[in-house]
Ligand binder design. Structure first.
Ligand SMILES: NC(=O)c1ccc[n+]([C@@H]2O[C@H](COP(=O)([O-])OP(=O)(O)OC[C@H]3O[C@@H](n4cnc5c(N)ncnc54)[C@H](OP(=O)(O)O)[C@@H]3O)[C@@H](O)[C@H]2O)c1
Length: 338
């Protein structure tokens, strides 16, 4: 098989394609011949040495694939063999072949291409956990989605739209028109001006019931200020760590120093809630993951889950694909195809 390794901490040139023998599925694992592999921001953080969950280098990252099962382990259900599936992978997804526990695999809807199916696991499950499972979004509420033009952002727009919410989003100006077509009611350009002042003016100083914030550090303080009474802040990433000019781990230190400390009495008196989401720490809750995915697959059938692939790159061009995202050029998901 062919795998893309992060060979050392650094830029996209640290990614290298290497050959290895095909893996044999163990226990309840399925072996998937990969057709498409989703790229996530965490993969970029891992290459930069900013992702604590990443395996030791050299390593193969990649949290999701879509492809065809060609072998099953001794404890797996052999009926999976030959099926087209998409799956969550606990690393190893940047490859043309990978083994996963069968509980992490789902039958691919026939209506979706492999590239589209590879957008479902991380982006849509994260957005569902933020908006529905933990954010408790209800019809008529309003939500602010930061990084609205990213993979999670587009998934969140689909789900929030389905729940009948009013949707605000921050993104670079060039993405606004597309995001409005996808269902955003108002787009805020955080690169110019103060998005909080704009949001408060748009909401007649009330703020919103839910904020999804993957920016981290001091941004979480600002997002907290955007909440109206009964509001919830969902924190799920530290994108801004990559933008800091500081070297290596100092980037994380600066994020840490800017973070808010939430006072329970203040939360109580202001009727607010804060919560965190890390899908990569839910491997022991696969029952919940499967239930959420069933809802999302119903959304595919009903048409409100609309997987959007911005660009496909060949596996060998994983470095170029990551550089494209780092340059903030992507509008939704970027996928590696075999
Ligand atoms: N906790 C979890 O379980 C979980 C799961 C998935 C993702 N995440 C986090 O959610 C965030 C978004 O992930 P994603 O996969 O949706 O991202 P993505 O598709 O890779 O989107 C990247 C977009 O984010 C914006 N951005 C903001 N700050 C950036 C920076 N410093 N460098 C580059 N781009 C930046 C850019 O758009 P604009 O220029 O328009 O702002 C860029 O196009 C990341 O922080 C990721 O780690 C967390």
């Amino acid at each position: 098989m062919r795998q893309v390794f992060i060979t050392a901490r650094g830029g996209p040139e640290k990614l290298a394609l290497r050959e290895a023998p095909d893996p044999q599925p163990q226990g309840d694992q399925l072996r998937i011949r990969v057709a498409a592999s989703g790229i996530n921001f965490a993969d970029i953080l891992a290459r930069k040495g900013l992702y604590p969950d990443a395996p030791k280098l050299p390593c193969v990252v990649g949290y999701e694939v879509s492809g065809t099962v060609d072998a099953a382990g001794p404890q797996a259900n052999a009926a999976w063999v030959g099926k087209e599936v998409f799956a969550l992978t606990r690393f190893g997804g940047y490859a043309d072949c990978v083994c996963v526990p069968q509980a992490q695999a789902f039958e691919k809807p026939a209506a979706l291409t492999h590239a589209q199916a590879a957008t479902l696991p991380v982006n849509y499950l994260t957005a569902w956990q933020l908006l529905v499972a933990m954010g408790g979004l209800k019809s008529g509420e309003s939500v602010l989605i930061h990084n609205a033009g990213g993979g999670v952002g587009l998934a969140a727009i689909d789900i929030a739209r389905h729940f009948g919410a009013r949707i605000y989003g921050t993104a670079s100006a060039a993405k606004h028109e597309f995001l409005k077509q996808r269902g955003l009611h108002a787009a805020l350009d955080y690169t110019r001006g103060d998005w909080l002042a704009e949001l408060m003016s748009l909401t007649e100083d009330r703020g919103v019931e839910l904020v999804l914030d993957p920016l981290g550090g001091a941004h979480w303080k600002k997002s907290y200020r955007a909440l109206r009474a009964t509001g919830r802040l969902g924190m799920f990433g530290v994108s801004t760590a990559t933008a800091s000019g500081l070297p290596g781990p100092l980037k994380l230190l600066s994020i840490g120093l800017g973070m808010p400390w939430f006072n329970p009495v203040a939360l109580m008196n202001r009727n607010r809630a804060v919560f965190g989401v890390n899908l990569g720490h839910l491997w022991h809750e696969v029952g919940k993951i499967r239930a959420w995915m069933e809802c999302l697959l119903a959304g595919v059938t009903e048409g409100w889950v609309r997987p959007h692939v911005d660009r496909e790159f060949p596996l060998a061009q994983a470095g170029e694909a990551q550089a494209y995202i780092e340059a903030r050029r992507n509008l939704g998901k970027v996928v590696l195809t075999i």
